[in-house]
Design a protein around this ligand. Sequence first.
Ligand SMILES: Nc1ncnc2c1ncn2[C@@H]1O[C@H](COP(=O)(O)OP(=O)(O)OP(=O)(O)O)[C@@H](O)[C@H]1O
Ligand SMILES: [Mg+2]
Length: 293
Amino acid sequence: MTEQLSRPAAPTSPMPPTIEDNVNLTTGEVFLDRSTGHPVMQLKDVGVAFGGRSAVRNVSFDVFDREITALIGPSGSGKTTLLRALNRMHDTVRSAKVTGKIMLGDTDVYSGSTDPTLLRSRVGMVFQRPNPFPTMSIYENAVAGLRFNGVRKKALLDEAAESALVAAALWDSVSDRLKSHASTLSGGEQQRLCIARALAVEPEVLLMDEPTSALDPIATKRIEELIGELKNRVTIIIVTHNMQQAMRVADRCAFLLMGEDRTGELIEFGSASKLFSEPDDPRTLDYVNGRFG
Ligand SMILES: Nc1ncnc2c1ncn2[C@@H]1O[C@H](COP(=O)(O)OP(=O)(O)OP(=O)(O)O)[C@@H](O)[C@H]1O
Ligand SMILES: [Mg+2]
């Protein structure tokens, strides 16, 4: 086990930036770009098969520190399958086999010495449908990961709950009802609670599988804004069907498409601006322009 992997998931305040901020001036906006330009995750010839049938294959790309990487492609092209491979969510599916190599920093994700639970503290996940623990309080949902990791001290849990709920843009609306059931929140609030729950263990990477597909346009806008803010503290990989959303939030984009044998393959990977304006592959252009899928 590497030193990094054995790092406890510390319930402290938001991760301080480790590099100097680069200030980019674009179209009158000022935003902080903290990307270090270093890959946090590396996928090398990754494939996933279920019961011997290949669902996705030949996927190689790097995920860069504190950037937002979007996975796009038609239904069935293997986006969710690929995303779930990144933090070993297929471990519980007996028929699933992941091939190739996935690195998280210096950690080989599929090495026998890599502890999947610790790995999931470093690579968190937010699902398509908000899935808070409904009969647990808002507070208990926010600190669930920390409790699971063995944190018991109330002061630490309190601090982590507040920090995560602030980061998920939920604190102001729930600070006076932390003991209420999570099920009393709206769908958009529940999804932000799930984001807070994932953030509380301070992951390095956050995987999001269509996190707004069950939400209305206003809740979607709030989550998109939140994603933009979160990239200062965590690297995000997001699956989305919504091309406008990918254009709005992504720094880089991976386009997957099913081949003739119905196996998903990576067609193109690159900066989002290039993929959406002048991609190398004509199939990418057709897809981003809504001509199929
Ligand atoms: N647990 C599983 N067992 C067998 N096949 C699976 C399993 N999970 C996914 N697949 C198959 O893998 C392929 C890719 O599915 P996946 O859910 O990754 O697609 P997707 O790109 O996320 O689609 P969508 O946009 O509809 O969510 C599909 O053919 C699907 O049936
Ligand atoms: Mg999917």
